[in-house]
Design a binder for this molecule. Structure first.
Ligand code: ATP
Ligand code: MG
Length: 360
């Protein structure tokens, strides 16, 4: 028997777990690693093992160093570059990929100057560590909001974008430099956190080539290998990049049900140099994030639902699972989403109505 290919994942959250799950049928030995707990023995890394990460940033520990210094840590330097919004936005500018206008918030940056450049509302974003809308601070001219002193040199300022909606593209780049993509997903964020995605949607088809062009430019420019996600604002027929994630992404979870290769398997195939062709769509899907809610077994009584429960402690605003709903037809979506509306708390009513509207 040939030895199983091992893939170590820096981080052991839900993304690592779902990667391990996806690797199993291909007999890939995927091992998510807890890098936070001190006192873990040295990992038995082999010279042919492959290392990836499920997060852009990690604290320095004996374990994280051991993994990140391995010669097969794929995309190594790219993580730090994309984890800092300053270097990420600089990259987009260098590659001429459209993004929301921005600048660094420096020691002497004045609120008035920012409003002059960007208008009444300006969004400050911490350079590192932000996620799910954390690490954001709105400057509003009318309310004379000021830049928090400890955000200077630690944040960028961005123009508030009055977008029509948010979409994202998940793609892969292979070791021989081919770029392949899933169809665009339509995303709904509430309070900075992703609530739901729908993909594919025929009304977004005309944007697919534009999005693919942008993400190809980025992945080729970085000589990247594996799955990358690009979050965009749609303004009419134009896309602006909001941010990039050098990893599998929440807005690609629908591919677990909707495609013949999920984003998790696609990432592993690219890392392990296995054959890859364009992922085929099985059927349209709706993905609903489970945020700050207790597990409810009624969810899996829905005809078209697949539940992914992350087994994390439930806290307000924390992603603790997701539901993939196949959307073969309108009636199926209406039935399931109708039931969810009865079972889910108040903050879900608007996102669930948003889904119904898309399928009306
Ligand atoms: P993630 O969890 O995806 O990493 P994040 O919290 O790090 O997200 P962003 O994706 O930059 O940060 O912002 C979260 C959400 O805030 C966006 O999806 C969008 O809804 C809103 N947002 C971000 N930037 C802007 C902007 N310039 N103008 C208007 N809304 C914005
Ligand atoms: Mg985001």
């Amino acid at each position: 028997m040939t030895q199983q290919q091992k893939v170590w994942v820096l981080g052991n959250g839900q993304l690592g777990a779902m990667m391990a799950h996806a690797g199993q049928p291909l007999a890939l030995d995927v091992r998510p690693v807890d890098i936070m707990t001190p006192g873990i023995d040295k990992l038995p890394l082999g010279e042919n093992d492959i290392i990836t990460a499920e997060r852009e940033q990690w604290p320095e520990s004996a374990t994280s160093l051991q993994l990140s210094e391995h010669p097969h840590f794929i995309n190594g330097p790219i993580f730090a570059r994309l984890a800092d919004r300053f270097t990420q936005k600089s990259l987009l500018d260098e590659l001429n990929v459209a993004t929301a206008p921005w600048q660094l918030v420096e020691q002497d940056t004045q609120e008035a100057t920012l409003h002059q450049s960007y208008g009444e509302r300006v969004l400050l974003k911490r350079r590192t560590g932000g996620y799910d809308g954390k690490g954001q601070h709105w400057l509003k001219q009318a309310e004379s909001t000021s830049i928090p002193s400890d955000w200077r040199n630690e944040a960028i300022a961005e123009q508030a974008i009055n977008f029509d909606e948010e979409v994202s593209l998940v793609g892969v780049r292979t070791q021989d430099g081919r770029c392949l993509f899933y169809p665009l997903a339509l995303n709904l964020h509430q309070d900075g956190i992703l609530m739901a995605s729908i993909a594919p949607l025929s009304r977004l088809n005309h944007l697919q080539a534009q999005a693919e062009q942008m993400l190809s430019t980025i992945m080729n420019g970085l000589d990247y290998v594996g799955v990358m996600a690009m979050e965009c604002f749609r303004l009419g027929d134009n896309l602006l990049v909001n941010e990039l994630a050098p990893r599998v992404h929440n807005s690609g979870h629908w591919t677990q049900a909707g495609c013949h290769i999920s984003q998790f398997e696609l990432h592993l195939r690219a890392l392990c140099n296995l054959p890859i062709d364009t992922p085929q769509v099985n059927f349209p899907c709706v993905m609903v994030n489970l945020i700050g809610v207790e597990k409810d077994d009624r969810w899996i009584s829905l005809q078209n639902a697949a539940l992914f429960w992350y087994n994390k402690e439930v806290r307000v605003g924390r992603k603790v699972g997701h539901l993939n709903l196949s959307a073969h037809n309108q009636a199926l979506v209406h039935n399931s989403v109708g039931s969810l509306k009865q079972w889910m708390p108040e903050q879900y009513q608007a996102p669930l109505d948003w889904i119904l509207k898309e399928f009306s």
